[in-house]
Design a protein. Structure first.
Length: 182
């Protein structure tokens, strides 16, 4: 993935240092891996962000920040991806988690239309089990997709660079387009 493209959309260090929710981690925010953009740190951050997005609890950002600091992956990406879970997506995400957890535990599941946030929060065990499984699957998929896309971008970049070098070494192989050849 192009670093310039990713950097354009990420908040800078200063804004993270000023964020009140991340104040407990302020002394740990100086490690360079937390801000570096490479295949390892970005794919790990995507995995952490997607996993934490499925956690049915408030303040998932703190969990994502703590995991990013412990695993030394990109902090802004992991914290930003947590916002996939928001009031619009809570019921579908946690509903799917509940249905999966209830199915695994052999419980009778209710219809998706009958689910509300209050009812879901009363179903803690199947909700957490299903959410942890879905979060793990989303994290694994996000990790593998990010690694694969980054690798494809790197291969294309290497091929373009190799082609440019080849053209510089052998300028006679460049075709000249004239009016007659069109």
């Amino acid at each position: 993935m192009p670093r310039k493209y990713i950097k354009r959309y990420l908040p800078d260090r200063k804004s993270f240092h000023e964020t009140s929710q991340l104040r407990p981690f302020k002394r740990f925010l100086h490690h360079p891996c937390l801000w570096h953009l490479n295949r390892r740190t970005v794919s790990g951050a995507v995995a952490i962000g997607l996993f934490c997005a499925y956690l049915p609890m408030p303040m998932e950002m703190l969990v994502a920040a703590a995991l990013s600091i412990i695993l030394k992956v990109n902090l802004p990406i992991s914290v930003s991806l947590v916002w996939i879970s928001n009031p619009v997506t809570w019921v579908p995400m946690y509903g799917a988690g509940y249905l999966l957890g209830a199915k695994i535990l052999g419980m009778e599941a209710v219809k998706f239309d009958d689910m509300t946030m209050t009812w879901l929060m009363s179903q803690v065990v199947p909700l957490w089990l299903g959410s942890l499984i879905l979060g793990s699957l989303a994290a694994l998929a996000g990790y593998l997709i990010t690694r694969g896309l980054w690798r494809l971008y790197a291969i294309q970049h290497w091929q373009k660079r190799r082609n440019r070098k080849e053209m510089l070494r052998h300028p006679e192989s460049i075709e000249v387009i004239t009016k007659d050849s069109i």
